[in-house]
Design a protein around this ligand. Structure first.
Ligand code: GLN
Length: 443
């Protein structure tokens, strides 16, 4: 068995040689020292995360690292504390290897808007890796760490997991503490794992979840257990017609192959309609702009770095300006209130669908990813999110597992569950992954 330090060394060497730009900060001496300390720590040896080497998205506070959110705004902000999730990881024997690249302030779906340069897709040369947790997904995909943390406001864990061919899980809102996460839109944001397999996603979610007095939206949930196939009999899987219709035909074909796995398990496949699919993007982006505008007011240059508007990129500025405009007094919250109303409707309708099914399965991203550097309009970029934002709008959980590829470009199957059905969804991911990868190997 290799020692922790040897494994760290191997990862560090690979990171140094790699050209995918997955990490934006690595402190070799620090990680090696922390690895040595961990090896000497008898108390931590029995912990479930002992010796796991973890990459962390650059919007989650890790003491002593630069929490830049991949923006020039915070390029000199060294974190004075550990986020709750980081404290938990460390207390269970995990080792943080460094800070991963991302879209600036998590605003994006392509991994291209980082102040530190685009992340590259390790699986599909020239293609975007997806975003905004681009570096965490790419690092897992290129085997540059054991596990990673991302954040998901409207798909930022699931979208890059899909494009990079790794597993990603967005917990239900309130399962994981947001304390120490830099807000994008706080009523949507959740931290979650990006991993090499679904069992690891369950393991890491178990470690980071739990009620936290410093995040009043959190609740306690019982430990998520791995279930046997017999315990998952007669599940019903919903397929939403509108989610399939907005998706590219080739992606749809892949997902239909994936759905066969559930059929073969003897589970019933139920066709559903979600009549508010068209409301997803306008509702999400309106709320996102308003909440993001408010969150960025602290970046006025007095306490943290530079005034954000002076140094940020185009997409961040767009959101701040629109957010400011629609928050204006003259509108007295008109747009925001409308969006909240739509959000309530969307959630009610979605919960109705879950009366008949255990999970809803769909593509993760409806389009094939573009080439890095290709110009997209904001609307084209936002269109990538139509199948991921409903989860956040409704406070649900959702995971992504590999479902093959289209000419080498990975496609992830998305499995959504109702709020607090996280254990069930993680188990469906585990069983899907097991059967699907066996089937693929047979072919
Ligand atoms: N692409 C979406 C956005 O730009 C989601 C981002 C995220 O989940 N952080 O807002």
């Amino acid at each position: 068995m290799e020692s922790i330090v040897e494994r760290v060394q191997e990862y560090l060497e690979k990171i140094e040689k790699s050209s995918i730009n997955a990490y934006i900060e690595i402190d070799k001496d620090r990680v090696l020292k922390e690895g040595e300390d961990l090896e000497k720590n008898e108390k931590l040896k029995k912990k479930p995360l002992y010796g796991k080497i973890i990459g962390v998205k650059s919007n989650i506070n890790v003491k002593g690292y630069t929490i830049s959110c991949a923006s020039k705004t915070l390029e000199n902000y060294i974190s004075p504390y550990d986020a709750t999730v980081i404290k938990k990881i460390k207390s269970q024997g995990g080792l943080i290897i460094g800070m991963t690249n991302m879209d600036e302030f998590a605003c994006g779906s392509s991994g291209e808007t980082s102040y530190y340069g685009a992340t590259k897709n390790p699986r599909a040369e020239g293609k975007i890796p997806g975003g905004s947790s681009s570096g965490s997904a790419a690092a897992i995909s290129a085997n540059l760490c054991d596990m990673a943390l991302g954040s998901d406001t409207g798909g930022s864990i699931r979208n890059p997991a899909s494009h990079c061919g790794v597993v990603g899980f967005k917990p239900s809102y309130g399962v994981v503490s947001r304390q120490g996460l830099c807000d994008l839109a706080m009523s949507f944001d959740q931290i979650g794992p990006l991993t090499k397999n679904a069992k690891d996603a369950l393991l890491l979610t178990n470690i980071i979840k739990g009620k936290d007095i410093s995040d009043s939206t959190t609740v306690d949930t019982p430990k998520f257990e791995i279930k046997k196939e017999e315990e998952m009999k007669n599940y019903k899987i919903g397929i939403v017609k509108e989610f399939m219709e907005v998706s590219d035909e080739k992606i749809r074909d892949r997902i239909e192959k994936g759905i066969e796995v559930f059929r073969d398990l003897g589970w019933e496949i139920v066709e559903l309609n979600y009549k508010y699919t068209d409301l997803a993007l306008p509702t999400y982006y309106l709320i996102n702009y308003v909440e993001f505008f408010s969150a960025t007011r602290r970046y006025d240059g007095r306490r943290y770095g530079y005034p954000i508007e002076d140094v940020c990129g185009e997409e961040v500025l767009r959101r701040i300006l629109i957010g400011e405009h629609i928050s204006g007094k003259e509108f007295s919250g008109k747009y925001y209130k409308k969006a909240l109303q739509a959000r309530r409707m969307m959630k009610m309708e979605m919960l109705k669908l879950f009366k008949d099914v255990d999970a809803i399965v769909s593509p993760t991203v409806p389009k094939i990813p573009h080439n890095i550097g290709e110009e997209l309009t904001p609307m084209e970029m936002y269109a990538y999110d139509v199948l991921t934002v409903p989860t956040n709008i409704c406070g649900m959980c959702a995971g992504v597992v590999g479902c093959g590829d289209i000419n080498g470009i990975p496609v992830g199957l998305q499995i959504q569950g109702k709020p607090f059905d996280d254990e069930k969804i993680l188990n469906i991911m585990i069983i899907f992954e097991e059967i699907f990868s066996n089937d693929e190997n047979d072919n």
